[in-house]
Design a protein around this ligand. Structure first.
Ligand code: SAM
Length: 246
């Protein structure tokens, strides 16, 4: 997968792109991520990228010309993929959206700044607007890192076999992940549940499934409605929840 970032702060991406799993995936050529500085594309004398909004109002807006020219340079027609604008008014990023985007050949991610971007460049060059949540950031760069992180780890081969994405929160089970433990066996008087120590994988899987159901019911009951949960499991869960909250 190839990801092109359009930003006026490309330096913000350097350590993010070099570290950890993303750095390894780039080194292994599983993903190719490149940050393009929009500023050199500006035809204005001082390489401006922003201007006052027509109609007045606070702040500055990113001008269409530098973005359009940068977009044409990194995503010439015919373009196969998705051109995304990180935006608080976009569709909220979910694991399901990340799974869909991970299938794309090319992503171009436009990071806004100031009060945002001239609407005309969005109308002409953007396929979808993506928000990382109902709050406002100073710029789209941190949002783009969130998007790149969660999409990249779903690209085949990016996660090692010991880091599978199959069994996680929001995966096909539609539930939150069960609690996990590592060494030591006893930590500050708290013990690892016995079931995880006996090597009986059938029992371990059942315990994990039950814990996922319980945690989801407690922390994100909204997810339970759509999750593939059997009638038997729903009845068991109702019983457990009654015991917790009589
Ligand atoms: N005036 C805009 C509004 O009210 O919708 C907010 C602009 S914000 C200060 C500057 C830039 O940050 C946006 O152009 C966008 O690229 C990015 N941004 C802010 N919040 C975001 C969010 N929740 N998700 C994704 N991008 C966001």
């Amino acid at each position: 997968m190839k990801i092109e970032l359009l930003t006026i702060f490309p330096e913000m991406f350097s350590s993010f792109l070099d570290a950890s799993i993303i750095g390894r995936a780039r080194a292994n050529r599983l993903i190719d991520v490149h940050a393009t500085d929009i500023r050199p594309f500006s035809v204005s004398k001082h390489k401006n990228t922003d201007d006052y909004p027509f109609g007045g109002g606070a702040g500055m807006l990113m001008m269409p010309q530098p973005i359009a020219d940068a977009m044409r340079a990194v995503a010439p027609e015919p373009f196969h993929g998705k051109r995304i604008y990180m935006s608080p008014r976009g569709k909220t990023l979910t694991q399901e959206m990340a799974q869909q985007l991970a299938k794309e050949e090319n992503l171009v991610i436009l990071c806004g700044h100031y009060e945002g971007v001239d609407q005309r460049v969005l109308d002409k060059y953007i396929d979808m607007e993506v928000s990382i949540g109902d709050y406002v950031l100073t710029g789209g760069e941190t949002a783009a890192m969130v998007l790149i992180d969660c999409v990249s780890r779903l690209v085949p081969g990016v996660l090692g076999s010991s880091e599978s994405a199959a069994d996680e929160s929001f995966s096909s089970a539609g539930l939150l992940e069960y609690p996990q433990y590592t060494r030591p066996r006893v930590f500050e008087d708290m013990e690892v549940p016995d079931v995880l120590l006996n090597g009986d994988h059938k029992k371990i899987n059942q315990w994990r499934r039950e814990q996922s159901l319980l945690i989801t019911a407690k922390l994100r009951p909204d997810l339970l409605a759509a999750a593939p949960v059997t009638e038997k499991e729903r009845a068991w869960l109702a019983e457990q929840m009654e015991q917790v909250q009589p």
